[in-house]
Ligand binder design. Structure first.
Ligand SMILES: Cc1cc2nc3c(=O)[nH]c(=O)nc-3n(C[C@H](O)[C@H](O)[C@H](O)COP(=O)(O)OP(=O)(O)OC[C@H]3O[C@@H](n4cnc5c(N)ncnc54)[C@H](O)[C@@H]3O)c2cc1C
Ligand code: SF4
Length: 353
């Protein structure tokens, strides 16, 4: 039997926007999230403020959650996962499991919004000592500290005087097979550098970069204010290793502008970890038989003009499950996926009448 209901898998920014959009158009969205809360990675990783306007991340996510939580057109399944499916466009049978058992759903179309995970900086980048030194942290760890307004050295609880970011950890790296740019980390590092300067004004902040990739308005909204107003030091250089020396960290590498080796003492090092497909993204791609690209993200088949259609008709993908994406990309893709999935269920119904 054709169904007009639409299944959305993943309750992050992309999935929340998709469910809200489907409901606003008068269709029923069934939103399946494997965690016990909605809000996706920004909630799970406790982001502090969002680029580019430093808006409170929790507030922004709460607003998105509220739009679906009490919406009569949205059914929410938390702590749940899709474990199997059959059928085709207009008529998919899907099994959803939670701790209590399983249920069968019949839906006309599916939007996958299963997102990304942060690169594990212990993997093949051990030279930065993430698992060796307490004062080497990631963007995600730093985000939590900034959110709690306790930006201190994890090793001794003291306020740091010198902090640096190392860019492109786990991205743009042919040796580990992640040749792609994760797109958001230059902006996030610059945003965090501003927040550190605001919370700890005596702390000097450095960003070691290969090249700064700010796109669109992030250039004037984050990058220039970080340098000019907040006095963040950008150093074009490649950091090759981090060592402990006394109670300091020593960042070694090459200053590529001056063409000479550098060795700079720091109190804390923040690794700008990139994005990889989440485990859920890989699992769901298998369950629905979707093509993936060589990095494991879901392959969309329409090129630049259709960023949400997958290799299986009636199944769409939105947000960071398709590749590195910021919030703007994720919600824009969700809007496009909503439109295409609604068209799909309308056409499927029409063809069976
Ligand atoms: C350190 C860092 C900071 C960032 N800060 C910003 C910022 O300030 N501004 C900005 O624009 N972007 C930022 N980003 C990017 C931003 O986090 C992403 O653009 C956004 O989270 C993507 O949303 P999404 O819904 O596609 O995926 P996610 O947020 O990853 O959500 C995916 C959801 O799917 C769920 N899921 C996964 N698998 C399953 C499954 N099998 N079944 C059911 N549910 C499942 C997950 O639990 C999760 O809730 C940041 C990224 C990083 C790395
Ligand atoms: S956004 Fe910046 S830090 Fe992130 S991968 Fe691209 S160039 Fe590297």
């Amino acid at each position: 039997m054709p169904s007009q209901d639409i299944l959305v898998i993943g309750g992050g920014p992309a999935g929340l926007e998709a469910a809200r959009g489907i409901a606003d158009l008068g269709y029923k969205a069934i939103l399946v999230e494997k965690r016990d809360r909605l809000g996706g990675t920004p909630d799970e990783a406790q982001y502090a403020a969002l680029t580019p306007d430093l808006r409170n991340a929790e507030e922004a996510m709460d607003e998105m959650i509220a739009a679906v939580a009490n919406n009569e057109n949205v059914e929410i399944r938390l702590d749940s996962s899709v474990t199997g499916t059959n059928g085709t466009l207009g008529d998919f049978n899907v099994i959803v499991k939670n701790g209590k058992g399983s249920e069968k759903l019949n839906v006309g179309s599916v939007i996958l919004a299963t997102g990304f995970q942060h690169f594990d900086p212990g993997r093949e980048t051990q030279q930065y000592g993430y698992y060796l030194y307490d004062d080497v942290v990631t963007l995600v760890d730093a985000e939590k500290m900034l959110k709690a307004d306790t930006f201190v050295r994890p090793s001794n609880g003291e306020v740091p005087k010198r902090v640096c970011f190392i860019q492109c950890v786990g991205s743009r790296d042919r040796q580990i097979g992640n040749e792609y740019c994760s797109k958001v980390c230059c902006g996030i590092a610059s945003k965090q550098a501003i927040e550190i300067r605001q919370q700890v004004p005596d702390c000097r902040v450095f960003i070691f970069y290969i090249d700064m990739r700010m796109y669109g308005y992030w250039e004037n909204e984050i990058y220039w204010p970080a340098q000019e107003k907040h006095k963040v030091n950008y150093i074009k250089g490649i950091a090759t290793e981090v060592l402990q020396k006394g109670d300091k960290l020593l960042v070694r590498g090459e200053d590529t502008t001056l063409g000479r080796p550098m060795e700079i003492p720091m109190d804390m090092v923040i690794l700008s970890v990139g994005m990889e497909p989440s485990r859920g993204t890989k699992e769901l791609a298998e369950i629905f038989g979707l093509e993936k690209n060589k990095y494991g993200f879901i392959e969309t088949i329409g090129g630049a003009l259709d960023t949400v259609s997958t290799s299986v008709p009636g199944v769409f993908a939105a947000g960071a499950c398709t590749g590195p994406a910021d919030l703007e990309d994720s919600v824009a893709m969700a809007g496009s996926a909503v439109m295409k999935s609604v068209i799909t269920v309308r056409k499927a119904k029409g063809s069976k009448q």
